[in-house]
Design a protein around this ligand. Sequence first.
Ligand code: NAD
Length: 480
Amino acid sequence: MEGLEGALAELRDTFKSGRTRSVEWRKSQLRGMIQFVQDNEEGIFKSLDQDVGKHPVEAYRDEVGVVAKSAKLSLSCVEKWMAPKKGDLPLVFFPASAQVMPEPFGVVLIMGSWNFPISLTLDPLIAAISAGNAVVLKPSELSPTCSSFLAENIPKYLDPKSIKVIEGGIDVCEQLLQQNWDKIFFTGSQRVGRIVMAAAAQHLTPVTLELGGKSPAILDRSSIPTNMKVIAKRIVGAKWGSCSGQACIAIDYLLVEERFASDLIDLLAKTIKQFYGENPRESKSLCKIVNKNNFKRLLDLLKDPLVEASVVYGGSVDEEKMYIEPTILLNPPLDSQIMTEEIFGPLLPIITLDDIYESIDFISSRPKPLAIYAFTRDETFKKQILSKTSSGSVTFNDTLLQFLCDSLPFGGVGQSGFGRYHGKYSFDTFSHEKAILQRGFFPELEPRYPPWNSFKLHFIKLAYAFNYIGLILLLLGLKK
Ligand code: NAD
């Protein structure tokens, strides 16, 4: 790639100069980010509409608003986050002080994703800036309008000597991954996550992998039927209301007791109509499938004869317009691709169980998901979900909102990824926490040095065991 070496050299020089470390630089970039979002709302809306058919309301909720909120939070907290934190020390170390000082990693690579091409690209950028890094930002080529919009406009608002937007496809990603980065933050699939991690291993580069997986929603009998209408809205909202199911934390499938399935399907169907009208194809509130490859992938999931036979609502497809109707399936085979791979689109399988408590085994015998949703008022069931399953997050009685809580870390576990961000976690993810210990030259504790004897052994044992007698030990240790 032309100019990559030069761009990286410039970023390394800038970082070395200390420019990105100062609080003034960080704050000025965060202000720049806020200004970028304010000035370019319309341009962002248009780009999102072009790439994925996102309605401005959804675009503001999931993209513009998220970025503005993060930038404002970081601006108000960055000074506090940067400040070294005092650490406790054993008394026997007296006189001494301990500090944990966050320092930026250096020059970092951020690879964004296409489904939330603004927020999932700029939110990590805000994090990297707050932590004082120089950055290469690689927006996804699968949302080309947003990618070029960012490449054109970000340099007008942010320091181009420290932050560079590089566009391109797989070949560009491959070249970027060959470089020696100080940190890589990747959002995307498990398949490419493995490639990123293998490349990072060559340089022992730390990585954050924000991946996906099959996130289930459990409907417990205790929440049915009194709350069914609200639950149906929250399910439809989490399946079709955020990029048409092309969201990492979208509900992938539902688990419910068999006796409730029929009513649930009716209510979901009603809610879909309420949200998207009789003909969702005409709805401006439903995002489109991003491209031919993803359309073909979803079609393959649906057109498996045993899967197609399980369609209970929707199922119509328009190949020319790459449209798949919001579709509900009842008990597709568990070994079919739709139940073994992340769906990432507008298809919703419902799996019925005899007893909802079986859902815990169902989930825990599969790869760890990014999110688990559970609609339940049963406190014992909640405790079992928390203690017997593992996932990036658990949300009780709602969907998606965990993503918007700054106090909650956002990230996966196991195959849904590792590392986390949002709020202060974002700053931490792009910082190395440097341990600093300072001591005076007096007094000197002789028992820490050879020649060894039994007094020194007792001394060391006591020093580990009883901090509060540190001062006495100190006095003893001075003499022996
Ligand atoms: P992807 O992994 O296919 O692509 C991501 C990026 O990787 C693209 O820019 C692409 O150019 C690059 N890439 C592809 N092949 C490559 C290769 N061989 N070498 C180097 N780079 C390569 O992801 P996608 O299909 O665009 O996104 C969908 C996935 O992302 C889903 O699994 C979804 O769950 C996940 N996702 C996760 C989050 C999260 O925050 N956890 C958010 C959005 C999407």
